[in-house]
Structures are given as C-alpha cells and as structure tokens.
Design a protein around this ligand. Structure first.
Ligand code: KET
Length: 396
C-alpha cells in the first residue's frame, strides 16, 4: 500500500538538531536552529512566564475549547503589540487577528486562505529566506518564486533589483517580507528602503505578507515592528504573522497570531469568518495554555514591562556575542572585513561559509550550523565564543 511513499530527506534545520544531540563530543556547539540560549547555554524559562503559569495553575481554570479564532484577550493584546497602541486601522476596526499555532500556524492559515480566494496568485520570497517558507506555501498549492535580496559581495541588500522585480509582478501577487531580523541573513531593509517599497506594493495591488518571528531581537519591540506599522499607516492591505516562540521563549507552547489589515470593517468581518473556517478545517481551534500565558502577560502593565526588560537582555547578549566573535575572527584573520557580524540584526548571521566549510566545522570542530552558512548567534556564550571564532577562522 505505501511503497510509493518517498523517503523524507529531512528538514535542513530540524535534522541538524537530531545529529547534534547524538554527537558525543563534549565541546560541541549548536549554532543551527534559531533558539535563544542564555549565557549558560540553556533555553530560558522567563520568570514572568513561570509566575504566570503558577497563577494559572492556582486558578484551576477548566479547559473547554477556545473559539476557532482563539482567546479574545490574546487577539486584542497581540494586535496592540504588533500594530502599536493606537493605530488608525485598529480604531476603524479594519484589522482582524486570530490566535494561531505558532508563527508557522499563521503562515499555514494565511496560505490556505490566500489559495482559496486568490487561486492564481503566486508568492515571491526573498532570496534567500527561511526554507520552510517555500515548503509551506508550496504545500498550500501556491507557486513560489523569489525576488533578489541578499548581495554576498557587499553583505547588503540588492535593493534596486528587488524593487525592479517586485514592480514587475502581476497584480495580486503575494510578497513575503521579513519586517526585522531577516532569516537567514540578518540583513534588513532600512526605513528609507521600506518607504520606497510601500508605494510600489500599494500601487501594483500586491499582497504583502510580513512574517515577524523575531520582534524585539533587532532594535526593540516597537522599533522592530516599524515596517508593519508604517505600511498600515500608508494605507496598505496586508497579512502579518507573528510568533512568541523566540520573544517569550515559548517555543513548544506554539503561540502565534495572524493579522490582516483590510480596506474597511465590512471586509475585515468577512476575513474573520473565513479565517475561522480555515482554522476549523485545519485543526479546529488553538491551544489554551500558551494563549492564556501570553494574554495575561501582555494584558498586565507590570508583567509586560518585565518581559520587555527580559527581551532587552536577550537582545543585548546577542549583540555582545557579535562583538566578541568579530573581535576574535578579526584578530585571527587580519585584513579581512568582518563588519557584517556587527551590522546584521537579530538571531542570525550569514557567515559566507560554503557547505564544504560547514561540513568541516561540524566534522572536525563539532560546531554545527545550517548548510547555508547561517549561524544562530544566540548559541554563542562567553565560554564557547572564542573556540567557535578560532574554528571558523581555521576553515575560512
Ligand atoms: N518564521 C520565521 C521567519 C522563522 O524563522 C521561524 C522559525 C518561524 C516562522 C516559525 O515560528 P514558530 O512560532 O516556531 O512556528 N525559525 C527557526 C526554527 C525553525 O526552523 O522551526 C529557525 O529558522 O531556526
């Protein structure tokens, strides 16, 4: 019956985690998957999350199903976090938000809905992008193409080519954008570049789709949402998926949301209905526990402030690791410019290492990174950063 099923080649990011766990070498370092590790190499359970969970356990809440669209308090607080406290679009009730199973769930719900109502639209993603973007939209039956993005020569964005490609797309094409902390390159558009892109997206009647998985890891929680908010202010109609996996260190609780900014409230109501139906026929409703944690934290000013301070600490630690890595590598290989380690934003750095160099790093030095040469900077700490920098310099 099942002989014709193809063998799964494995996911380029998740398979690496499995290989890493099986590696017996004590000095091994995992810079593969995008997870935030603290200075001791642990995935933190934030104090504010722990306290909220204890309060929830004490409250002894029943576990009925959530509505298809998720907890009302969650949807409201997420909307404020993503769009800011007082957005015209929110005041006009033109934004709909549904709770989803992580940022991935947002992508899947959005992709299914787009396929249903824009069956002929393709999606354009940055070259490169998170591998799973391609798989998810392809899996929803949407043709996936790319637009030029990263320039390996300058370490910047091929902005003129990106703009030219996007300008030439058929109406109603979907354009996937990373509002901050671009995965995998760490290279973001400047505010001036966003300002140049927005009129093109609007005039050409394209459907922008922001995937915001790292809010707070770049320059700050509000700063990182700048592009999303600016497009809303410019009158754009678009999708935004966001995730609390990294920002609240809630990976396994699968907390995310999908928001759509619509032209008017009537269309927002239609969207909400079809988003509910999309959820219903995928997984029926989102999980309670994570939804309650997030909505309680974001719904309480003191807890929110505490969380924001935690995010600032994580962000600053990553920046400090970027500086250490830059310092050691620059000292080992003088005359070469490693400024990109400092300029890139967020969890990831694109090192320019070839797949062969990545293999050597793993085989000879037990340093794990994704084949593309992406490193998760948050896997570095004061104990391993010099070792990693030396190993990288040795293979460069
Ligand atoms: N979008 C982006 C851009 C992203 O990097 C991730 C996860 C997600 C969505 C998924 O979010 P979640 O809330 O977990 O569903 N990226 C890291 C982990 C992974 O590949 O699953 C990574 O790139 O390593």
């Amino acid at each position: 019956m099942f002989k014709h099923i193809d063998a799964y080649a494995g996911d380029p990011i998740l398979s690496l985690v499995e290989t890493f766990l099986q590696d017996p070498r004590p000095n091994k370092v995992n810079l593969g998957i995008g997870l935030y590790y603290d200075e001791d190499g642990r995935i933190p359970l934030l104090d504010v999350v722990k306290r909220t969970e204890i309060a929830l356990a004490a409250a002894g809440l029943t576990r009925s199903y959530l509505p298809m669209e998720g907890l009302a308090a969650y949807r409201e607080t997420v909307q404020r976090l993503v769009f800011g406290a007082d957005r015209a679009a929110a005041r006009d009730k033109r934004i709909v938000t549904v709770q989803t199973i992580g940022g991935s769930g947002a992508l899947k719900v959005g992709a299914d809905l787009l396929k249903r109502y824009f069956p002929d639209s393709g999606i354009w993603v940055s070259d490169p992008t998170w591998d799973n973007h391609r798989s998810m939209f392809d899996g929803a039956g949407i043709a996936v193409h790319d637009y030029p993005y990263y320039d390996p020569k300058s370490g910047g964005v091929r902005f003129a080519e990106m703009l030219a490609t996007i300008s030439s797309l058929p109406e109603r094409s979907i354009v996937l954008l990373h509002p901050c902390c671009h995965n995998p390159t760490g290279v973001d558009l400047s505010q001036d570049q966003w300002r140049e892109l927005f009129p093109v997206l609007i005039k050409k009647r394209l459907i922008p789709y922001f995937d915001m998985a790292y809010q707070g890891y770049g320059d700050g929680i509000d700063e990182d949402a700048w592009a999303v908010r600016a497009l809303a202010d410019a009158g754009g109609n678009f999708f935004v998926g966001n995730s609390f996996s990294k920002s609240l260190s809630l990976y396994g609780e699968r907390c995310g949301a999908l928001s759509v900014v619509c032209p008017d409230q009537a269309q927002a109501d239609l969207l909400l209905g079809q988003l509910k139906f999309t959820v219903r026929r995928n997984y029926s409703s989102p999980p309670t526990h994570g939804g309650l944690i997030v909505s309680r934290i974001l719904g309480d000013a003191a807890s929110t402030a505490e969380w924001q301070a935690e995010v600032a600490k994580m962000r600053e630690r990553i920046k400090a690791m970027r500086r250490s890595l830059h310092e050691v590598i620059s000292a080992r290989l003088p005359g070469r410019d490693f400024g990109y380690f400092l300029n890139q934003r967020g969890m990831f750095s694109y090192t320019g290492l070839s797949p062969a160099q990545v293999d050597t790093l793993r085989e000879q030095h037990a340093v794990y990174l994704v084949n593309s040469g992406r490193i998760c900077v948050a896997g570095l700490n004061l104990k391993n950063v010099a070792y990693v920098a030396e190993a990288m310099a040795a293979v460069m």
